[in-house]
Ligand binder design. Sequence first.
Ligand code: GDP
Ligand code: MG
Length: 372
Amino acid sequence: MNNGKKRKRPRWVPKDADDHYTTNVMDGIHSGHEGFERPEKKKKSFKRQSLSISDYEKGVLDGDRTIIARAITLVESNSKRHREDAQALIKRLLPHAGQSIRIGITGMPGSGKSTFIEAVGNFLCDNSHRVAVLAVDPSSSITKGSILGDKTRMAKLSTRPEAFIRPSPSGGVLGGVARKSRETMIVLEAAGFDVILVETVGVGQSEITVRSMVDFFLLLTITGAGDELQGMKKGVMELADAILINKADGENRRKAEVTKSEYNRILHYLQPATKGRETKAYTCSALTGDGIEEIWDIIRQFEKDVRASGVFTQRRHTQDVDWMHAMIDEYLQKQFYDDECVKANLPRVKEALLKGEMTPAMGASELLKCLS
Ligand SMILES: Nc1nc2c(ncn2[C@@H]2O[C@H](COP(=O)(O)OP(=O)(O)O)[C@@H](O)[C@H]2O)c(=O)[nH]1
Ligand SMILES: [Mg+2]
């Protein structure tokens, strides 16, 4: 170690110590876990390169996963500058988008949505499809991280190169989450994903929102103690293009068949979600894979029929117009509440209203004057 040269010894070394006394401390081995050396050299510090709109466009169209993920992050950003870039990017990607079938999947927690997506997603990837999974969960900003689109239940799918899973953006209000998910859908379609699965939880307004961005809406349910039909809201059933009774396996199988008949009896009297179609119930087991291929055939046949009848395109057009209106509403609302005059007068008007000195119409009219 001393290379034949006499080194200057540190102060802690006793005078009579031989050459084996520790006189210097070497760097340790740069290693990964367990002390094994990393195959690659020490990583250089890596600063994210900023991308131009053209870089994003090319990366997405080439199917570059890193750039796809970054494009989605851009789309999800709330900052004004990012919003402008995102719009420029979306505009360039739009001509390449729209070639997919968009499928919404809803159901109460525990009904097996994630397990179903794992099953159907892998089936589709095995059959030369490319599958993107999104989640719409407006509560995720409260729970910090969505339970939807969770990759633990999609263990195999999440590792496949033919699949892309994106958890819900934490956008706070449903409108914000929906806007981001719609734009994310454009990015993924432009990247060549031909099946888009949008998972949402079966509570509240989010089902209506997801219905308004998909071509086919699937309601997952399970057979239970016999009161499941009462628990199921008529309104939700009327959003669905198919009701799928999951967990039809083992001892549950027969019960699921009975439930299926009961649903079919009720569905007969309800308004179908898609013009000219009859919504029906089916059974499957996301766990064993039974019925997965059949439900895919149902969806494909549906797509074929509605494309032929023009209902498919009509629905997408209606959705685009609705989307535009939703964005105008969002913009105007923000303009209004961010206005200095509104901010200054809102508390006073509110108080006058509560004291009965003003009617709601007078209050609204006074505040709206701020914008004129
Ligand atoms: N027996 C059976 N269990 C299932 C099936 N699908 C899902 N599960 C189980 O139901 C539970 C909830 O599933 P999960 O996919 O997380 O439901 P989610 O909350 O709707 O996404 C898990 O323990 C799954 O293993 C099925 O087809 N059969
Ligand atoms: Mg889940």
